[in-house]
Design a protein around this ligand. Sequence first.
Ligand SMILES: [Zn+2]
Length: 137
Amino acid sequence: MLIFNILYSMLFNKCSRCHQGDVFESKNPYNLSKMFKMHKTCSHCELEYEDEPSFFYGAMYVSYAISSGWFMIWYAIQSYFLNWELLPFAIFITVFIIAVAPLTLRWSRLIWLNFFYKFKKEYKNRKHQHAGINHNH
Ligand SMILES: [Zn+2]
């Protein structure tokens, strides 16, 4: 299922195409000095993550969508369970969205990568080698 492939790649920081190589250098999204540091290519299937410098600009829209998602989840919890005053809720949601920003950024890039490079078994099973994938058929 496509959605599980995307979730796997997103949650485990894995290459969207082969699910083997890491995308971000640090496993921890809160390692702030390495927050934006990504590997240039996948160590397993040699996918170039950023084939042009503007590639990840589009990921911004994904990060807006994720931020809206956070907001909607908390708004639902607020409406059904918390029933806080508007101001404390507004402060809470602002702090929360800032606190999860590193995670949101990471997920948005991983999801963006998944839009362009879907998971394929033949890349997963491929042994690391320098010859092109087509030579294996
Ligand atoms: Zn890969």
